[in-house]
Design a binder for this molecule. Structure first.
Ligand code: PMP
Length: 401
């Protein structure tokens, strides 16, 4: 008799080396962990949220303590429709689904949009959580690279069940998709009749530049008629990076028919997002807690980005290239030597006391061994500099082997 094993164990076998390394990272003393992707807890407005939580329970027990509607509290859906609407992008609450974090939007998209084994066109390298969410459908991937000169969005999207993009400060690269590439992607989605999932958890984190229009805003210009938005862009947002991740409140903005399909998927997933969290989110959006938290987050992350990049300039130039990101949480370092193997480098990094994320985990094919993702939001400036110094020592030892 064969032993019973969960089907996902197959995947753990594949990824075992890297998974083992990340799990070990938590228990190594003095390790500088640049591998993660978490916000800085000191930015959380703790007292303000405690008061909103108290008020949610005391003043809105029906919302906070019962089962809210599957698609979310109507007042929160209205508030988000109002927040994102522009003269061209007409939104009503029927365009809005509340999700349990942005992550759930990705999971629901897999359930509602993907046939088993179907093709996804994914901006690459891609968010690991999205690859995880869609793994049970065993999709195949067509990677596309919007910052390359030969980017052809029609060819990228044709025949895919949906396209997936993170236009603002992608995880893992921290890069922006430029305005022209955004406009071209939207036209291609319409021309090829393909849904386009726009995953935007970092859209509020512009440090140095004016925000670019979202794919959905650009797409709205193509809408005819004066009804609510009915186009192909399925926009996903979240409070995690602009307030706190612990509320687990995210949202999808899309055509009403898509919202209805995702709502059916959500019913079979978690029934509803916590009403307590939704009530706090609503009051935080409308009462200004989100707007008040953001300037502190931006100035802290900007200073940390500067510290990381200054240390990289001082120590990493012989081996690595990167672009300084104008927002978000990550820097993507690409080895000058195409034969670099960042999976193997990770062992040496851990021995030197620094943990980084190797590019293979962000490649749907698992083959990219040339790059590293470095996070700058969770460590103070001196630790970031020390982590980079250790990465330089590890790289030097690795290439000398
Ligand atoms: N998409 C991307 C690209 C992310 O990086 C993350 C979080 N790291 C998410 C979605 C999901 O975030 P959350 O569920 O906390 O909203």
């Amino acid at each position: 008799m064969t032993a019973r094993r969960p089907a996902f164990a197959r995947w753990l076998d594949d990824k075992n080396e890297i998974t083992r390394m990340f799990l070990a990272a938590g228990s190594i003393p003095n390790l500088v962990n640049l591998a993660g992707g978490l916000p800085e807890p000191s930015t959380y407005p703790v007292e303000e949220l405690a008061e909103l939580a108290r008020r949610a329970v005391a003043e809105h027990p029906g919302d906070a303590l019962s089962y809210p509607p599957i698609d979310g509290l109507p007042a929160l859906r209205d508030a988000l429709a109002a927040k994102y609407a522009t003269p061209a992008l007409r939104l009503t609450r029927d365009n809005v689904l509340i999700t349990s974090g942005g992550m759930q939007g990705l999971d629901l998209a897999g359930k509602a949009l993907l046939d088993p084994g179907a093709l996804i066109a994914a901006q690459s390298p891609a968010y690991l959580g999205a690859l995880d969410a869609w793994r049970p459908r065993a999709p195949s991937y067509r990677p596309f690279f919007p910052d390359r000169n030969d980017f052809d969005p029609d060819a990228a999207l044709a025949g895919a069940q949906f396209g997936y993009a993170v236009p603002n400060f992608s995880n893992p690269t921290g890069k922006l998709v430029g305005r022209d590439a955004r406009a071209a992607m939207v036209c291609a989605a319409r021309a090829t009749g393909t849904w386009l999932v726009e995953d935007d958890p970092y859209g509020a984190l512009y440090f140095d530049a004016a925000p670019l229009p979202s794919l959905q805003e650009l797409d709205a210009a193509h809408e005819t008629g004066d009804g609510p938005y009915d186009g192909p862009v399925v926009y996903m947002g979240s409070l995690s990076k602009q307030l706190v991740p612990g509320l687990r409140v995210g949202w999808v903005i899309a055509a009403p028919e898509m919202i209805a399909a995702l709502t059916v998927a959500k019913q079979g997933s978690d029934m509803c997002t916590s009403g307590l969290s939704q009530r706090i989110a609503l009051d935080a959006l409308e009462g200004g807690a989100v707007a008040r938290a953001l300037p502190g987050i931006l100035s802290l992350y900007r200073a940390r980005r500067d510290a990381l990049c200054a240390a990289m300039d001082a120590h990493l130039r012989p081996w690595w290239d990167w672009e300084v990101p104008v927002g978000g949480m990550f820097v993507w370092a690409v080895a000058r030597d195409p034969a670099m193997n960042t999976d193997a480098l990770l062992d040496v990094c851990m021995a030197e006391g620094v943990c980084v994320s190797p590019s293979s985990v962000f490649d749907p094919a698992g083959e990219d061994r040339r790059a590293l993702r470095l996070n700058f939001t969770l460590n103070p400036e001196d630790k970031l500099a020390e982590g980079v110094r250790r990465l330089a020592v590890a790289t030097e030892k690795f290439v000398a082997r």
